[in-house]
Design a protein around this ligand. Structure first.
Ligand SMILES: [Zn+2]
Length: 156
């Protein structure tokens, strides 16, 4: 992609045909004026342009990870789905230990497997309460966990 103009968004400069899902990739670090740091990661579940997550499963996994990850860390700023439905963005504050982030995600996904319900899947707490699948979310979590030893490898 060297002949292309560098874009503002870091991941728009990533050649999505060269990556090998699943993986967790550090996408960028932002530092604030007072020295606080945000680390942003791509947590890629699906091979780009080959597969994607169904919306109800993706949506439930978003709710589950958002709620359960915070039982393990107070450094989680955000875990939110990519619009292409192939992964999630994970933002951490003042936490620069990649391996520890992998451990956090693993513990969170183990909790997803144990979950009996999707948190906040009602019309009071969610914007599309009808679009959820606990089983679908657990399938995604299980499959991602089975490839734990590949998470640190981004490219084929
Ligand atoms: Zn929701």
């Amino acid at each position: 992609m060297s002949d292309q103009k560098l874009m503002n968004v870091e991941s728009f400069n990533l050649d999505h045909t060269k990556v090998k899902a699943p993986y967790v990739r550090l996408a960028g670090i932002k530092a604030g004026a007072n020295g606080d740091q945000i680390h942003k990661y791509d947590m890629r579940f699906c091979q780009p342009n080959r597969e994607h997550m169904d919306m109800p499963a993706l949506h439930s996994l978003e709710h589950l990870m958002a709620e359960l990850s915070r039982n393990h860390s107070d450094k989680v700023v955000d875990i939110s789905p990519m619009g292409c439905q192939t992964g999630f963005y994970v933002a951490m504050i003042n936490h620069d230990d990649y391996d520890d982030v992998l451990d956090l995600l693993a513990k969170t996904l183990e909790d997803v497997l144990e979950a009996k319900e999707v948190p906040a899947c009602n019309e009071m707490q969610c914007g599309w309460a009808a679009s959820h699948s606990l089983e679908g979310a657990q399938e995604l979590a299980r499959s991602f966990l089975t490839k734990r030893n590949e998470w640190n490898q981004v490219f084929a």
